[in-house]
Design a protein around this ligand. Structure first.
Ligand code: NAP
Length: 525
């Protein structure tokens, strides 16, 4: 039997293999071991210093336009190796090609988007934030707010569900800003992140220290952070608490962005009927959200709110579509939905369903259907489950427990005010979608729900073909959410650059401000 490869880390401008036997990564469908990772024994202090000093200064020596060119070149390298990434995703994440695309092509698309945005910033090295403001009666002395890249590094601690997109949606704005990146992927699916970084580093596009990857244990990473560094975390609320209370954040004011869990909702117009297009659009979107990536999307619909009169019709329509979802080995042509990323996640999802069942009825349970080309006992495949509640106002767990798999709960509501109140019980989510043919309803509901969500996604018949999907995170729109969702903000076009820049007010005479403006460009959002 051959010994599985121990994937090297890239730190301090070199490839370094961690010590020890390493942690194995598995194929969640076949149960076979694929590769191993280890971060044991790495000189983190030297590696972080190298990124900060070498990578940071080399990136900051370039203009925004030049850095945008680097993003474009990274996208080309990733395109060239795309087939290998699909193979790794199938093997390590258990995803169908359609689901792998969300992660792999989603990441490449986001890079391309920021390459274009950055190109428009041209040869500037500083961003002007707003207009000059007079400081008193005499116009000679004014204040100009400016944004400059932070002179530190960006540490990304990522979740298991998006090993590609999770890296590039953060790295694109960081590198465009001139800030070096160290990524620590979630162990279960670290292979794809590691391979992408390896391809980009080997292509020699970026200056040494601009992009590093540490796979395996997170031990000691947070301890390395210095005041001008930033940390961006995506993962569970529990780990988020540890990150927030770490001395780097609590005492050294390291800027911290958190994307945590979320009980995203879908809301059908109270005036919709079972034969309306809004109803069909909701049914299609709920099924899509439950099954794409086996429901392992932080943005997936978890709670579905329909007017009480449509509860039964919605249950039947969603269940009928879910019944046609074939689950199993993603290598099989017949399979629509692959597996969860690990048997550990499968156990978590099954436990989560059991918890929700204390407050909900089962409207559809796909577990009775045979898996295609996969063993129910050993694979991490989990069939979709639709739960339901006719009395969601009395429920607590349904608004609290995020089951990170192909699971959603249908809920009956009485009137918009109650629906809004119930949706807000999620205590802050990434996205809420609305289904209606009535623009006035969409406007009213969007305003009632906007402050509790990072994004409101309204689907009406006129945009049925062009809408981008409830759970699809597009780089031009904000991603993040208040409260339980972590309170973070990512993407949103050039808004994303704000996290990687420091704002200062320069108070000076107009001639000095003119001189400063020579190397700057106005940030237009
Ligand atoms: P997790 O267990 O919190 O792990 C997330 C990351 O944190 C992993 O890289 C993990 O490394 C690392 N980590 C674990 N303990 C740590 C510590 N003490 N210090 C520093 N890092 C530590 O979360 P998960 O189970 O992978 O992810 C699922 C959750 O992520 C879901 O709740 C989902 O909603 C959320 N999510 C949110 C978004 C969003 O954009 N809002 C996107 C995707 C997922 P190891 O893997 O090595 O343990």
């Amino acid at each position: 039997m051959s010994i599985p490869t121990l994937l090297p880390n890239h730190l301090g401008g070199q490839w370094v293999t961690g010590s020890g036997a390493g942690t194995p990564l598995f194929d969640p469908v076949l149960g076979t071991e694929l590769v191993r990772v280890s971060s044991a024994g790495l000189d983190l202090a030297a590696g972080f210093r190298f990124a900060r000093e070498q990578g940071g200064s080399a990136l900051r020596a370039l203009s925004y336009g030049q850095r945008a060119g680097l993003l474009g070149a990274i996208g080309k390298v990733l395109q060239a190796h795309r087939d290998a990434y699909y193979e790794i995703a199938t093997a390590n994440s258990g995803t169908t090609a359609r689901d792998s695309a969300v992660d792999i092509d989603g990441g490449i698309f986001t890079l391309g988007y920021y390459a274009k945005q950055g190109e428009a910033l041209g040869e500037a090295r500083v961003l002007l934030d707003g207009e000059r403001i007079r400081m008193g009666k005499d116009p000679a002395f004014q204040t100009q707010h400016i944004l400059q890249p932070t002179q530190g590094l960006a540490l990304f601690i990522n979740a298991f569900n998006f090993p590609s997109w999770g890296l590039w949606e953060k790295a694109a704005p960081a590198l465009l800003s001139g800030v070096p990146v160290i990524v620590k992927p979630a162990t279960a699916t670290a292979w794809l992140t590691q391979r992408m970084v390896q391809d980009v580093v080997d292509a020699g596009i970026l200056p040494p220290g601009a992009l590093s990857v540490v796979c395996g244990s997170s031990a000691g990473l947070m301890d390395q952070l210095q005041p001008f560094d930033v940390v961006s975390f995506t993962g569970s609320a529990e780990t988020a608490r540890l990150i927030r209370s770490h001395p780097a954040v609590a005492e050294r004011s390291v800027r911290c962005n958190i994307e945590a869990d979320s009980l995203n909702a879908a809301l059908l117009d109270p005036d919709a009927t079972a034969d309306s297009e809004a109803f069909n659009l909701l049914v299609n979107e709920v099924v899509r959200e439950m099954t794409v990536k086996s429901g392992q999307k932080c943005t997936a619909i978890r709670r579905v709110f329909v007017p009480r009169a449509l509860y039964d019709a919605a249950a039947q329509a969603i269940a009928a579509k879910l019944a046609r979802t074939t689950v199993g080995n993603p290598r099989s042509e017949a399979v629509r939905m692959g597996s969860l990323v690990s048997t550990e996640q499968k156990a978590n999802v099954l436990e989560g369903i059991a918890r929700l069942r204390a407050e909900a009825e089962v409207l559809f349970d796909g577990s009775g259907q045979p898996l295609v080309d996969a063993d129910a006992a050993t694979s991490a495949c989990v069939a979709p489950t639709l739960l339901g509640s006719r009395a969601p106002a009395q429920a607590r767990l349904l608004h609290e427990v995020e089951v990170f798999g192909p699971v959603a709960t249908l809920m009956a509501y009485d009137g918009l005010a109650q629906a809004v109140e119930l949706i807000r019980r999620g205590e802050g989510s990434l996205v809420c979608s609305l289904y209606s043919a009535n623009p006035a309803f969409i406007a009213e509901a969007a305003l009632a729900l906007g402050s509790a969500h990072g994004r409101v996604h309204a689907i009406s018949p006129d945009v049925a073909a062009s809408q981008t999907g409830h759970g699809n995170v597009m780089p031009m729109s904000l991603h993040g959410g208040p409260g339980r969702a972590g309170g973070g903000e990512e993407l949103g076009g050039l808004r994303a650059l704000g996290f990687y820049h420091r704002r200062s007010a320069v108070q000076a005479g107009v001639d000095a401000l003119d001189a400063l403006a020579a190397s700057a460009v106005a940030l237009k959002l």
